[in-house]
Design a protein around this ligand. Structure first.
Ligand SMILES: NC(=O)c1ccc[n+]([C@@H]2O[C@H](COP(=O)([O-])OP(=O)(O)OC[C@H]3O[C@@H](n4cnc5c(N)ncnc54)[C@H](O)[C@@H]3O)[C@@H](O)[C@H]2O)c1
Length: 379
């Protein structure tokens, strides 16, 4: 819906208001069904991760029988989440003459592919719509849902990007069945995070199914789909109130206070094992929960449950980089700059409930980290 209000015709008051609102459709549907049910005379241009394509050869058969359907295997990784890849995608769109409203663009893959193809769609001909089909757990629970697009630039993650409202999300958990343990843990890092900070029922669901969470086929079962659906709803709640992240006190920043510099430095410095994003976020969630416990906000019983859930996943918590208290502190100072000069550290105060800390000291971080390191060593 687009409403334009013109206040009046007087020259002295030229103020106008523009209100834009749009619903985003998110559906659970089989990808094959969606592709086969294409109607009208439009074509579909399908940017797809080559690994996902190799694991789902049925898609090639559809392409063989349907000439309105063009598969474009697109290998996008964090290392080439760059403007050159964006331009290459735009070039395919141009060469294929995409533009008619009846044409469809699919982006099928992990968060990187979804971010880059969505960005291309947001700027091609001033914006065309995209159907995002996530194939990693992280993309299911996070990257596919929101309105952010982006590519890395001059060494900065997602430095160039847009907010693109023109999308649908198609959730087909069958695509997740080929995920290896590393990718599952990455996604679980985000799902556990949102459960701890926003939802006791989701947290309890994760505890209940703890033994199955590493099994990729679990996510096609009713229980697995319920967990994903719940996590997605929590993410939507957050986006609904703050889609462009103008509000700087965000519960979903849980896990993103101490982790950014730690993650970056672990990749940059050869002395350490490189940490993936989800692992660094998980350690941050534990450290922040420990801080909350030490300040008497989170009970020891709840803290212990959070610790037990994370410990099941072997997320490289023994990485030496976590001993660097000064690095953890530097990350907090850096984040403060992005949070309007405030610490705004979301911490759990009960399972599923949060508060913000504004006055954490270096000594408190050091002490919490010392205690956490001890707890992790004793396991
Ligand atoms: N736009 C947003 O709101 C948002 C939110 C969170 C994260 N992100 C972005 O998401 C990216 C991370 O996404 P990711 O974790 O999905 O990683 P990714 O996109 O790099 O994919 C990781 C790997 O998974 C493989 N893969 C994908 N689907 C598979 C499947 N079904 N089976 C087996 N292998 C499969 C891919 O080939 C790739 O090698 C980051 O760039 C981050 O910035 C964006």
């Amino acid at each position: 819906m687009l409403n334009v209000y013109k206040s009046n015709n007087s020259c002295s008051d030229r103020r106008m208001t523009l209100t834009v609102s749009q619903d985003v459709e998110i559906l659970w549907q089989s990808l094959l069904d969606s592709l086969l049910s294409m109607s009208g005379d439009g074509r579909s241009l399908v940017f797809i991760d080559p690994i996902v394509l190799a694991n789902n050869p049925q898609l090639l058969e559809i392409e063989g029988t349907e000439n309105r359907f063009l598969l474009v295997p697109t290998s996008l990784r964090e290392a080439n989440k760059e403007i050159e890849s964006l331009l290459a995608i735009l070039e395919v769109m141009e060469n294929e003459g995409i533009g008619r409203r009846s044409d469809k663009i699919y982006a099928i893959g992990g968060g990187v592919l979804l971010d880059v193809v969505s960005m291309a769609c947001s700027i091609f001909r001033r914006g065309i719509s995209v159907i995002k089909v996530p194939t990693t757990l992280l993309a299911f629970a996070d990257a596919a849902i929101g309105i952010k697009t982006g590519v890395n630039f001059l060494g900065q993650r997602n430095r160039l990007g847009t907010y693109h409202m023109g999308y649908k999300v198609l959730l087909d958990p069958y695509l997740l069945r080929t995920l290896g343990p590393g990718l599952i843990k990455q996604g679980l890092g985000e799902i556990v995070k949102i459960a701890v900070i926003k939802s006791r029922p989701l947290f309890e669901g994760l505890e209940k199914h703890q033994a199955q969470l590493m099994n990729p086929t679990f996510y096609s079962s009713n229980d697995g789909m319920q967990i994903l659906d719940h996590a997605i709803h929590l993410m939507l709640e957050e986006l609904h109130d703050n889609p462009a992240e103008e509000q700087l006190m965000r519960s979903v920043d849980f896990g993103h206070t101490f982790s950014p510099l730690v993650e970056m430095e672990s990749i940059r410095k050869p002395d350490y094992r490189a940490l993936s994003h989800g692992y660094a976020v998980a350690y941050d969630c534990l450290l922040t929960s420990c801080l909350s416990n030490l300040r008497g906000l989170l009970s020891s019983n709840d803290f212990d449950r959070i610790l037990r859930l994370y410990l099941d996943f072997d997320m490289d918590f023994a990485n030496e980089i976590y001993r660097d208290d000064e690095l953890l502190w530097a990350s907090l100072l850096e984040m403060k700059k992005h949070r309007g000069g405030n610490q705004n550290i979301p911490v759990p105060v009960k399972l599923g409930e949060f508060s913000f800390l504004q006055d954490v000291t270096y000594e408190q971080v050091k002490n919490a980290n010392y205690i956490l390191q001890g707890l992790l060593r004793d396991q």
